[in-house]
Design a protein around this ligand. Structure first.
Ligand code: ACM
Length: 560
């Protein structure tokens, strides 16, 4: 039986049912689990006998629809092996070939946009998918069957590039499998951003949430408002060590921290991500977390009598955008340029942690609240966000914001990113809004990975070990099945107050990202932490080959 003959509605059930078949408890030996160390765990994986040998004479034979995917795979194989594999645009059988076949008709429904089938036999490899993303993910699984050195970016000799025979059928559980990156607190170079996207793609993750503006730095070039980067992308110095509330006790490094992405940089990153089936979701924070913008253009602020620096400490700022028509237009003009750079449907407008003290103290803002017929500052924030929702919707985009956008009334077309636990996401789903889950309890990768904090790099706080990430369940039990369809998926958060550079970021992100990838891709019955831990050592060798400075496993991550 294969789920390919089933209509879409039955497909996921079939996968769940089938998944209990080929890998019954006891049917898969420990050796099998470590040989077929695919992460995230596929829906169906049936071991077979023999091996496929990848050689310099292996050809890729592909339907035209998957030619780009085949060429990219060939290029990456070339980096590790030095071989230039021939890619031919016919998917006919040939001994020793890797075939990429586009399925049609009813099968396309079962496989969906991202599903695939992979057959590895001693005489050839066959990939079947309905769409290019599925073919891409099939080759990602195939790559994981080869020696880890296949991920190297420089040729390595004397390796038998062989993959164990197997049959895999695989579809993801969630459509939003994401990771965020805060480039505001610490600027992350473009080359690293591309590496991060690569790593997400290797984990079959498909959303990159690029947090581009902060109190501590504005990182995206906006042609209409050059001071945003001329002034806003540089802070004079940065707090050293943990946050201290008392200003007199703070120590600074005396070193400017600067950086921004030009629009060319952004186009390059977006194109790079698209080739790997990753959609970039840009975030422009408003009305809070906007101190760097107010530094650049003081008229955006409430306290026009006060100038302010790009923020040099962590925590939240009292500075907030004002709510006059000119500021709304300014931010919409920013979004207009953002839309030209990011073709994806979602634009994130922040909305979190906007302290209201300046709004409360301002006669002008209080008059504005009255003249708009609003009740309080929360309703004013909601009004402000609605201006962005209407604007983005008019331009065919979808607005997404942190769960504070529920306060004062949720904008009509908003999608909610639930970070203060699950409650915001539950409220939004019950009101028929889409939700991306991002609760601190399971997805804040800026939290410590061990309780032995003295032996870890300084972090913002919290404790989020690998097994907790693995156990993450994005769909709250309190939702009805219909409401649950609004949970698009979830994502990791990498806030960078205490993450100063790419290597520190890799340490915080991996292997927790590997655990999250499985929690978001693999159907519930397929998730088993003990099994994941058996596959993880082989996966860590891949991260080694990719030059990722992941956190090593230790006794606190107990293998049951
Ligand atoms: C957040 O962590 N302020 C979304």
């Amino acid at each position: 039986m294969t789920f390919l003959s089933l209509p879409r509605a039955a497909a996921s059930l079939a996968v769940a049912a089938l998944s209990l078949g080929p890998i019954r408890l006891g049917a898969t030996s420990l050796a099998d689990t470590t040989v077929y160390a695919v992460i995230p765990r596929p829906s169906v994986l049936t071991p077979a006998s023999g091996h496929f040998a990848l050689t310099s004479r292996t050809t890729l034979r592909t339907d035209a629809a998957f030619a780009t995917v085949a060429r990219r795979f060939a290029l990456e194989v070339e980096q590790a092996t030095g071989w230039e594999l021939v890619v031919s645009r016919v998917a006919t059988r040939a001994p020793g070939a890797i075939r990429l076949v586009r399925v049609r008709g009813r099968d396309t429904l079962a496989l969906g946009a991202e599903g695939y089938m992979l057959d590895v036999t001693p005489t050839g490899v066959t990939v079947r998918a309905a769409h290019a993303a599925g073919a891409f993910y099939a080759l990602e699984s195939f790559r994981q069957l080869l020696p880890a050195a296949i991920y190297r970016r420089a040729p390595i000799g004397l390796i038998a590039w062989s993959a164990p025979a197997v049959h895999i059928e695989d579809v993801p559980r969630f459509t939003w499998r994401g990771a965020h990156l805060d480039a505001g607190r610490h600027f992350m170079p473009k080359e690293f951003v591309k590496k991060y996207i690569d790593l997400l793609a290797h984990h079959k993750m498909n959303r990159f949430h690029w947090h581009l503006t902060e109190d501590q730095g504005w990182r995206i070039q906006i042609l209409k408002f050059p001071r945003l980067t001329e002034i806003g992308s540089c802070r004079a110095q940065t707090l050293v060590g943990p946050y201290v509330a008392e200003p007199a006790k703070r120590v600074f490094d005396g070193t400017p921290h600067c950086g921004f992405y030009t629009q060319d940089d952004i186009r390059e990153v977006v194109a790079y991500a698209a080739e790997r089936f990753v959609t970039v979701v840009p975030e422009i924070e408003m009305p809070g977390h906007a101190q760097a913008a107010i530094t650049a253009y003081p008229h955006l602020g409430v306290r026009r009598d006060t100038t302010v620096d790009v923020m040099q400490v962590w925590g939240t700022s009292d500075f907030i955008l004002n709510a006059d028509d000119a500021t709304v237009t300014f931010m919409q003009d920013v979004l207009r340029e953002v839309m030209t750079l990011f073709p994806g449907p979602y634009i994130h407008i922040g909305g979190d942690e906007a302290g209201k003290s300046q709004w409360q103290a301002s006669a002008q803002i209080q008059a504005r609240i009255k003249s708009l017929g609003l009740k309080d500052e929360h309703e004013l924030q909601s009004w402000f966000i609605r201006q962005m929702d209407t604007f983005l919707t008019k331009h065919g985009r979808r607005m997404i914001g942190w769960d504070e956008i529920l306060e004062g009334g949720l904008a009509e077309n908003a999608t909610v990113m639930s970070w203060r636990g699950y409650d915001g996401g539950i409220a939004a789903a019950k009101a028929n809004h889409d939700v991306v889950m991002a609760p601190g309890s399971h997805t804040y990768f800026d939290h410590y990975q061990s309780l032995d904090k003295a032996r870890e790099p300084l972090a913002i706080g919290g404790y989020l070990p690998l097994d907790t990430v693995y156990a993450f369940e994005p769909v709250p039990v309190s939702l009805t099945p219909t409401q649950a369809t609004h949970i698009l998926g979830a994502q990791a958060q990498l806030w960078t107050e205490y993450i100063r550079d790419p290597k520190e970021l890799e340490y915080m992100a991996f292997p927790r990202m590997s655990a999250l990838a499985e929690a978001l891709w693999s159907a519930k019955p397929r998730r088993d932490f003990a099994d994941f831990m058996l596959r993880l050592p082989a996966h860590l060798r891949r991260l080694d080959a990719l030059d990722v400075k992941y956190r090593k496993l230790d006794a606190q991550v107990v293998t049951p």
